[in-house]
Design a protein around this ligand. Sequence first.
Ligand SMILES: NC(=O)c1ccc[n+]([C@@H]2O[C@H](COP(=O)([O-])OP(=O)(O)OC[C@H]3O[C@@H](n4cnc5c(N)ncnc54)[C@H](OP(=O)(O)O)[C@@H]3O)[C@@H](O)[C@H]2O)c1
Length: 291
Amino acid sequence: MALEIKHTAGGAILLDGNALRDQIIAELAEEVAGDSSLPNVCLATVLVGDDKPSRVYVGSKQRKAVEAGLSSRHVELPATATQAEVEAAVAELAEDPTVHGILVQLPLPDGLDPEPVLDLLPPEKDVDGLTERSMGRLVRGRDGHVPCTPQGVMELLGRYGIETKGKKAVVIGRSTLVGLPQVLLLGAKGADATVTLAHSRTADLVEACRDADIIVAAAGIAGLITAEHVKPGAAVLDVGISRTADGIVGDVDFESVQAVAGAITPMPGGTGPMTIACLMQNTLAAARMQQ
Ligand SMILES: NC(=O)c1ccc[n+]([C@@H]2O[C@H](COP(=O)([O-])OP(=O)(O)OC[C@H]3O[C@@H](n4cnc5c(N)ncnc54)[C@H](OP(=O)(O)O)[C@@H]3O)[C@@H](O)[C@H]2O)c1
């Protein structure tokens, strides 16, 4: 099913993450229903504490898992849980052969160290792609789970037919969750972009961005990217999320940028839903790896 192409008032293609997520979830549901060799594919979510946004994210991941024909299991621990209790809960899921993917919702409450928790995830169940072993596989170009948000950006580019080969890309942000894997994915053989990595110490961000064909903004600074950063016709993908008095806003000043960009994600409704779609892709891939 082809994606319907919509445009912003300024004429940019709207990279509609909600529509593409729905399409990917429908494709996965069809694949799962049509493959009788698959087990009951299960995504386990782990939520520690009572952070409201985390609860909302976990809830939508569980709902989308079911829509994709997967089953979901949820483990919840109070904010007072000890490091040992969190690790024991994750270790149990790691050993359970009926669980194919495990998502530990981050951040953990203050005082808990996520690293030893993530270290317990077997690479094949690490559907968020965040462990050292998954990262190592990505760097080495080996099969493994890729972090969902940067993978979602690649899906948006690919499915909307935005060429990356030989193009100049700028990634703003260098976290292991988003920026660094995004640089690796855009620069990988096959994607073949020439990638610049910008961060808070980049001397001149306008200079770094303004001849880029693709900009991925993942700084978490509201309105950081304006029309002056953007070459006419460039694709601009907004990952940043800031909660302000006016609601959720991204790193990209949508109004000014949509007038010069060739393609742009809305916020919300762009990269966020794609993160969830890619989590479901990874979970099905996890079940296949474990078959
Ligand atoms: N859409 C989604 O599905 C999704 C998923 C995950 C995260 N997010 C959002 O994406 C944003 C980034 O997440 P993260 O986990 O990568 O955050 P992070 O770990 O805080 O990293 C932010 C990065 O942005 C850089 N940065 C900060 N201010 C900057 C500036 N003025 N100019 C250029 N670079 C700047 C930082 O540079 P330094 O390294 O120099 O400090 C850092 O590398 C957050 O808003 C987060 O909520 C969205």
